[in-house]
Design a protein around this ligand. Structure first.
Ligand code: MLT
Length: 393
């Protein structure tokens, strides 16, 4: 037996594992240092009251033989799919409940979706971008074209910034840059995909951070998207589910390749390889869509956006170039002259005891850039920005 040698083409370890190792080594060697972590986009606010109450009720149900649940539907309980459908309905996007698949988060589905496409196709992946897209394609040995994101296009690459592809990865608001596509820009992408018979894999994990009403929060707000797009979303950043795991993937029935609905293949794939998200978690996720749940969620998002504002103000004061942080929880900074991404990472860690994410970890175009996450707690964000200002003033 041989290994899948495509794995040998991956970086030695996943970006966030490398960072965690480096930070742990630093902390081990500097036991008294108070390290502030604004690296991985992990939330710090706890689950909201509505979510916790719904989960507690679900635990009680599970402890009673009359209401106990064993295996659930692989594509998710109807109550949650209906809640997602109604959420989209409020954005004037009509979905059928069976176009929605409940997942354990966007990351798994973004990787697993490759199962239903031919291996020979070419993936078009923005550079820089969330590393899962690239790594999962490398693992399968797929052909990859890159989309050139840079300061000139404000890190929002358009079709002319790459050599085309069959599977197009778009993330908006973007991870890592925080930049958000406009309606007109997404219309160009949708028209491009429909014309070329490509499929857009749209990652909307950060959609609740969009505060500007003119910006689209779903690819399905764009005319023609139902025939060319799949959307991946998550409760992680919206409702604090990074440790609880729940998300959803939308595959419209109108997405048909070789006369076959992609939705049908994904259902077949999920029923075979996935046993669904736990009932208790899905009950908590459904509570996010209640009136009270939405109120609480908006308050959490507002808290992180206020953190983002504090970070933006600090870098404005220092005169750094940056993008993001207005409709997203990430701020993408240009490192000061003389520093590449990892040198800047080391400088911040060693001298300010602040952790961010080196831009180059998201692709070669991220070299010389650095991502700061706004998911920390307020006190830490304020302290981190004060330390950074002191270091670079
Ligand atoms: C990030 O920091 O980029 C995210 O937390 C990673 C993820 O969502 O998996």
């Amino acid at each position: 037996m041989n290994i899948n040698t495509n794995y040998l083409n991956l970086e030695e370890s996943y970006l966030f594992s490398t960072i965690a190792r480096k930070v742990n080594e630093f902390q081990e060697a500097n036991k008294d240092a108070k390290v502030i972590r604004l690296g991985i986009g992990d939330v710090t606010l706890p689950l909201t009251n509505s979510v916790v109450s719904a989960m507690q009720e679900a635990v009680t149900e599970m402890s009673n033989s009359e209401t106990f649940k064993g295996y659930g539907p692989e594509q998710g309980y109807e109550f949650l799919r209906t809640a997602v459908k109604e959420y989209y309905g409020r954005k004037n996007v009509e979905l059928a409940p069976d176009e929605i698949f409940i997942s354990d988060g966007a990351k798994s589905d973004l990787g697993n979706i490759l199962d239903v496409f031919e291996l020979e196709g070419t993936s078009l992946i923005p550079n820089p971008v969330y590393p899962t897209y690239l790594d999962t394609n490398v693992m399968l040995g797929r052909k990859i074209n890159f989309l050139n994101g840079n300061e000139n296009n404000n890190f929002l690459p358009m079709p002319e910034d790459g050599d085309g592809g069959d599977l197009i990865y778009l993330c908006s608001p973007n991870n890592p840059t925080g930049a958000t596509y406009t309606r007109d820009q997404l219309q160009i992408w949708v028209d491009y995909a429909n014309k070329n018979g490509s499929v857009i894999l749209f990652d909307s994990a950060y959609e609740t951070f969009i505060k500007d009403d003119n910006l689209p929060t779903s690819i399905f707000e764009i005319e023609g998207a139902r025939t060319c797009a799949i959307e991946f979303c998550s409760f992680s950043k919206t409702a604090g589910f990074t440790g609880t795991r729940c998300g959803y993937t939308v595959i419209p029935h109108d997405l048909v390749l070789n006369g076959t609905k992609v939705n049908k293949l994904w259902l077949r794939r999920q029923t075979t390889k996935f046993n669904g998200v736990p009932y208790i978690i899905q009950k908590g996720a459904a509570a996010v869509f209640t009136e009270q749940g939405q109120k609480e969620t908006r308050a959490n998002v507002a808290y992180y956006l206020e953190n983002a504002k504090i970070i933006r103000e600090a870098f404005t004061e220092l005169g750094f170039w940056f993008v993001g942080g207005d409709n997203s929880p990430y701020i993408w900074i240009k490192c000061p002259a003389g520093y590449d991404s990892w040198q800047f990472f080391d400088k911040l860690l060693n001298e300010a005891h602040v952790v961010g994410t080196p831009g180059v970890g998201f692709g070669s175009n991220g070299q010389g850039y650095f991502r700061i996450s706004a998911f920390g707690n307020r006190e830490n964000v304020i302290e981190a920005t004060e330390r950074i200002k002191k270091l670079f003033r």
